[in-house]
Design a protein around this ligand. Structure first.
Ligand SMILES: [Zn+2]
Length: 150
């Protein structure tokens, strides 16, 4: 049976936003600020406030505990073994060993997108709606991030 993300989205969104905001706070508290080179790259891909970015290296990307949210994340592949980065606001989670310029610049472009939308709670509904309707590869926000990879 296909998992219908679009149908599930209205119920999932408040939980997804709460989870994302909690993860973002954790990275804000424990992550590292950008180096000078990192700041240059972030600005190059459009980040307005690179000084707010924090990066946290993790063994694996965190999965939500809540069953329906966890299931959706796994089914959509948004958080899984083949994903090496996750950006939530100015917070960037990167799987240890996967940090390179291509991934870093891609995630920084997502930071720019969050800045444009204004907050996690505004960005996530737009982003997840795109994933639900056209899929990860064709989502305009993903295409934009790929276009800015360095
Ligand atoms: Zn992306």
């Amino acid at each position: 049976m296909e998992f219908d993300l679009q149908a599930a989205l209205p119920q999932l969104l408040p939980k997804a936003i709460a989870w994302a905001e909690a993860q973002a706070r954790r990275v804000t508290e424990t992550g590292e600020a950008l180096s000078e080179a990192g700041t240059v790259t972030a600005r190059r891909v459009g980040v307005e406030h690179p000084e707010l970015i924090r990066i946290l290296l993790v063994e694996e990307l965190p999965l939500p505990d809540e069953p329906s949210l966890r299931g959706a994340a796994v089914f959509t592949g948004l958080i899984g073994p083949h994903m090496a980065g996750l950006t939530l606001g100015h917070s960037i989670l990167i799987v240890k060993g996967a940090l390179d310029l291509r991934l870093f610049s891609h995630e920084c472009r997502h930071v720019h997108q969050y800045e444009q939308h204004g907050s996690i709670s505004v960005f996530l509904p737009v982003y997840l709606q795109q994933i639900a309707t056209v899929g990860y590869a064709n989502a305009p926000l993903e295409q934009d991030a790929r276009a800015y990879e360095q």
